[in-house]
Design a protein around this ligand. Structure first.
Ligand SMILES: Cc1cc2nc3c(=O)[nH]c(=O)nc-3n(C[C@H](O)[C@H](O)[C@H](O)COP(=O)(O)OP(=O)(O)OC[C@H]3O[C@@H](n4cnc5c(N)ncnc54)[C@H](O)[C@@H]3O)c2cc1C
Length: 373
């Protein structure tokens, strides 16, 4: 993921029980679950764009050796609905006979009912709306990637006079979720434009005029919808959509620091191996004028820390390719050995770390450090 604003400071501290108080079908494949902490003291506020991490019972196999899997779901509701999180989940069925259905999404759709209790951690994630900015905002989503955008749109519609262009691409009106909710939010105040782009509209979509354009989100479409201006872009969707729209947006001349994005799959880097710049405030860690260096000892590389990057981003900037997946302190894939020095976490790791271990994706050097990479 990448963020336009400062890293979210929201602290998360462990899993707690969330009770399902409503289950709502949003489309043929997307269902929302409204969740309240079982113990009201376990409420933790979130920023629009953040997600919760759920422990979902799974088969006791290599993929779920503890008997559960961890899955992330973005909060799709309004931050003004204090005490309740809404998540909206796409049912990921088996892509072809012989393969299993998605573990978590089918469990939630098929097994979980009102009154049941789920276990979740968070909110976390730094794909958050920069509420202090004043540039016009483009919220551009594909498929179920609209969930964080709906939360952002709630915030922008109620609090802000900023211009907003909400563009959503999906297959057709049968699987399109939040169509009415988004249209109603756009009607709350002037300055919010909504555009729905359907790849394969149905006859009903055509007869009821439920979409604005047909096909894929193209360069021509974006040029037509976005008069020349200095926008903040937020992108979210499945990897192929993200690759396509990110490339298009950058080809239109949008600087990468104006583009924040979130993947709904294993995270990857969109810009030719270079992560988008994360505009977080430089931590004043060493006295002014002192350079903080990060030594990647096994690779024989020493790099000056730029004051903003995570250790993972810094390693990638040096052409290194440490393993990663979630880029949010959840999966531990980027766990590495810290040979010397100390780090600070801007996102608390989900699992406890042993002394000498570091999660690269969510940490920064506290002073000069040495990594076993
Ligand atoms: C930050 C973040 C936020 C997210 N927010 C949301 C959200 O708001 N809403 C949402 O719906 N999702 C969201 N996701 C995605 C979500 O976390 C899950 O990845 C998604 O629900 C699929 O999980 P699953 O357990 O159902 O499927 P998995 O069990 O992980 O399987 C995924 C797919 O692979 C298929 N599959 C299984 N085995 C094989 C095999 N051997 N070969 C080929 N295919 C196979 C399954 O049938 C399924 O279609 C988010 C992800 C991230 C990283």
């Amino acid at each position: 993921m990448s963020s336009l604003s400062a890293r979210a400071n929201t602290k998360s501290s462990g899993f707690r029980d969330l009770k399902v108080v409503a289950k709502t079908r949003e489309s043929a494949i997307i269902t929302s679950f409204l969740l309240e902490p079982k113990d009201a003291r376990d409420w933790r506020p979130y920023e629009p764009g953040q997600f919760l991490v759920f422990r979902i019972p799974g088969p006791k196999e290599a993929s779920a050796p503890n008997g559960y899997v961890l899955r992330n779901y973005s909060v799709s509701g309004s931050t003004s609905d204090v005490g309740r999180y809404r998540i909206s989940v796409k049912r990921e069925a088996s892509p072809r006979p012989g393969l299993p259905d998605g573990i978590s999404s089918t469990f939630l759709h098929d097994e979980i009912q009102v009154g049941d209790v789920l276990t979740a951690e968070g909110p976390r994630g730094d794909f958050v709306l920069d509420t202090k900015g004043n540039r016009p905002v483009v919220l551009l989503s594909g498929g179920v990637g609209l969930t964080p955008m709906v939360s952002m749109l709630h915030a922008l519609a109620s609090d802000d006079a900023r211009r907003v262009i909400f563009i959503h691409a999906c297959e057709n009106g049968d699987i399109h979720a939040f169509r009415d909710e988004v249209s109603d939010l756009a009607a709350l105040r002037p300055g919010i434009t909504v555009h729905f782009c359907y790849r394969c509209p149905t006859d009903l979509d055509r007869s009821e005029g439920r979409f604005n354009s047909e096909g894929l989100v193209s360069r021509d479409l974006l040029q037509a919808l976005l008069p020349l201006d200095d926008y903040d872009f937020y992108l979210c969707g499945p990897p192929p959509f993200m690759q396509a729209v990110y490339t298009t947006v950058r080809e239109l001349g949008v600087p990468k620091e104006r583009v924040a994005y979130e993947f709904f799959g294993p995270a990857t880097v969109l810009d030719g191996g270079q992560p988008a710049i994360v505009a977080s405030p430089a931590a004043e860690i060493e006295p002014q004028g002192t350079t903080v260096t990060v030594e990647f000892r096994r690779s024989g590389i020493k790099a000056a820390w730029d004051g903003t990057s995570s250790l993972l981003e810094l390693a990638e900037d040096q052409g290194l390719q440490p393993e990663f997946s979630c880029r949010a302190g959840v999966c531990s894939t980027c766990k590495s050995r810290l040979i010397g020095g100390e780090v600070d976490y801007f996102e608390d790791p989900l699992d406890e770390l042993e002394p000498g271990e570091v999660l690269l994706c969510c940490s920064r050097p506290r002073g000069s450090i040495v990594l076993d990479i």
